[in-house]
Design a protein. Structure first.
Length: 184
């Protein structure tokens, strides 16, 4: 796989794919990559992150597979985290929700990125839903930089489904914003 990503991020994507394949082998759904790591994926590491946020309805089973793949849960003074760390990566993995964006995402907008490593794939939120998520965070007033991330993502993905994107931005921002706010 020829990629534009930084090496540590690319290694983490391969580990995520291994994790997804382990879940599928158990008859369980793959975790879905969201948040900053999804933004890094879609921007070729132009935006970077220190953790992988995941959605999974089967967190207990997912964490069992994470342990099998060598992830550890940091403990001790100054190391408390809700997530997991793989010692070789220094990137955290954390389940942030059991349902992707409270069920508002159209199922056909969850993408499967194939052949990250031979025969291994991972699931990721669509760029449209990620942009809408960034706009929802911006609208909440808690993450003012998210509108810049949304603009970068749209600029890098001019082929995004604009009708779907506009609807999702309106949903995530409670009607306060729409696609035009990214184009102005």
């Amino acid at each position: 796989m020829t990629t534009p990503w930084r090496p540590a991020f690319e290694a983490a994507l391969r580990l995520l794919a291994q994790l997804g394949e382990a879940m599928v082998a158990r008859g369980l759904p793959r975790p879905i990559l969201v948040g900053g790591a999804a933004a890094e994926y879609y921007t070729g590491s132009a935006l970077s992150t220190g953790d992988f946020d995941l959605c999974s309805p089967v967190q207990t089973e997912l964490e069992e597979e994470m342990r099998r793949l060598g992830f550890v849960k940091p403990a001790g003074k100054g190391l408390a985290t809700r997530g997991w760390i793989h010692p070789e990566l220094r990137l955290g993995f954390e389940v942030v929700a059991n349902v992707l964006m409270e069920g508002k995402v159209d199922r056909d907008h969850i993408l499967l990125v194939e052949d990250v490593a031979p025969g291994q794939s991972f699931a990721i939120i669509s760029v449209e839903d990620l942009i809408a998520d960034r706009m929802g965070q911006y609208a909440s007033g808690t993450a003012q930089d998210r509108i810049d991330q949304a603009r970068i993502l749209l600029l890098l993905h001019p082929d995004a489904d604009r009708d779907y994107l506009d609807r999702r931005i309106r949903e995530e921002s409670a009607g306060d914003y729409d696609i035009q706010d990214l184009l102005d």
